[in-house]
Structure formats: C-alpha cells, structure tokens
Write a protein that binds this ligand. Structure first.
Ligand SMILES: [Ca+2]
Ligand SMILES: [Ca+2]
Ligand SMILES: [Ca+2]
Length: 266
C-alpha cells in the first residue's frame, strides 16, 4: 500500500511578537486569560516503533516502515475534539541514530514564501514539533518550501505564559535532514492544490542535554505536534491551528505535551 495513501491525507523574543502569533494563530482561543478554559482531554500517548530499514528523507513516505507506524490525526487546537481542518496526519519512527517524523498536510492552497534558515515560519504555513522534557525542549518547524527553523527553549521554572528570547533560542542549528514533497503549487492562488508532505530525520544528538540519548526501549519523551494553515480568500485570512495534544491557545504549554514511548517493535 502506498504509504502516502496509508497516511491518507499529512516562538519569540518580544512578548509582542508572540502575542501577535497567538492572536493570528488561534483567535478563538487566544485567551490564556479566558475565565472558562475548555476541559481538555488527558494528554495522548504514542508508541514509537523502530524503523525496519533505512529511510530516504525525500518527502515520499514509500518506505515499508511507515505502513506499520501508527497514524496521528491532528485535532483542532481549540480543544473542541474535532479533527483539524484541513486534515493533517503524522507518523513517528526511530532507530539508533534518529527520530523520524512525517506529516501529511492536506491543503487546497499552499502558502509559503520564506526560504531561509530560522525565519519566522509560523507567520505563514508550517508544521511544528516540540520535543524534549517538559519545559526544556527543541522546537523544529518546516514550511512547504522546505525551510527549517530550529531552536532550543528552556522555560524551566516558569508558569503561565512563558517568556524567552527568540533570537537566542535560534542560535543553535542542528543537522536535521528534512524534505517536502508538494502535490500542487506553492504560493499560487489560481489553482487547487492537494497536499504537502514533510519527512524529517532528527538526530538524537540534537536532544543532548535535554534527554538521555540515544533513547532506549521504554523511554518516554514529551512532545507535541502542530500545524498552522492560513486559508486566504481575497484579503481575508482564516487561520487554522492544529495539534496532536490540543492546548486551547498557546503552543508553548508543556503540560499539554503528549508522551511518546520508544518501542523496539518493528
Ligand atoms: Ca522517504
Ligand atoms: Ca493552506
Ligand atoms: Ca536554529
């Protein structure tokens, strides 16, 4: 079975910049100050199986390992329990060297203009992974043009809305392999796109100091997956924020990170 079919679809120094992001990304749920936050489901757990062979990081999920991997469906980040629209799926694998992550992002209008390392990709369309140990984690973003953002965020000791220096966190650059396959055209509103697929290999060494690496069977890491989509009609933009474990607002909410358990099962 074609793995793509099997998948079937798939930060910030100034508080003002971050506030703007939340305002744009999740307007209906921006309220960390909301008097009645929604009751969120318990955080999910994912069993991450080992890759059965080498993975070619080319954006094509045709390796047999993906067929056996459990699929994650991103939910609407509002916490209302609905699947994210547009549909977004993800799968994870690991081996002795890397954690592998694939997203399949359905999208009728793929929007991205940024190509440089560590640009503020979340202001357009993007998939994101936050991975680490609760309040100390690596944030990685990839956009449809295969631009990469990577930064290390340490908000230990903070509660509520976290504060950190985006320029400082971005100074670290890891040897993350990443590739995007686009079915459609990027940044062309005159046609109808299908999806963009992201494949990446995150070396365990990128987690040094955050986690004991490499992971071994039974280890549990905290992680969340996100996507931002911006549907445009003329000058109007509808922002959709999706998450594996919805946060009902702020993405930097480590209490809401899911759990991935490393399994030696292939
Ligand atoms: Ca591949
Ligand atoms: Ca889009
Ligand atoms: Ca970086």
């Amino acid at each position: 079975m074609n793995a793509r079919i099997a998948l079937s679809i798939a930060l910030f120094s100034a508080a003002t910049a971050f506030a703007a992001f939340i305002e744009n990304a999740a307007p209906e749920s921006s309220g960390s100050e909301s008097p009645e936050p929604p009751a969120l489901s318990p955080v999910p757990t994912y069993t991450c199986g080992r890759a059965t062979g080498p993975l070619s990081i080319d954006g094509n999920l045709n390796e047999a390992s993906y067929e056996r991997a459990t699929e994650i469906r991103l939910l609407d980040n509002s916490g209302n329990g609905s699947p994210m629209q547009p549909a977004t799926a993800a799968k994870l694998l690991w081996d002795d060297k890397c954690l592998y992550l694939a997203f399949v992002a359905e999208d009728s209008d793929i929007h991205a203009t940024m190509r440089g390392r560590d640009e503020h990709l979340w202001t357009e369309e993007v998939v994101e992974i936050f991975i680490g140990q609760s309040h100390f984690y690596l944030e990685i973003e990839v956009n449809p043009l295969n631009a990469l953002f990577d930064g290390r965020i340490d908000i230990r000791g903070q509660t509520g809305r976290p504060k950190f220096d985006v320029d400082a966190i971005l100074k670290v650059n890891y040897d993350i392999k990443h590739s995007v396959a686009v079915e459609g055209t990027v940044e062309n509103q005159g046609d109808k796109d299908k999806r963009w697929t992201v494949e990446m290999a995150i070396p365990h060494s990128a987690l040094e100091g955050i986690q004991p690496v490499p992971p071994k069977e039974g280890d549990t890491w905290r992680m969340n997956l996100y996507r931002i989509d911006r549907s445009r009609e003329g000058d109007a933009v509808k922002v959709s924020a999706g998450a594996w474990s919805p946060t009902a607002g702020w993405f930097h909410n480590p209490e809401r990170f899911g759990k991935i358990v490393f399994s030696s099962q292939r």
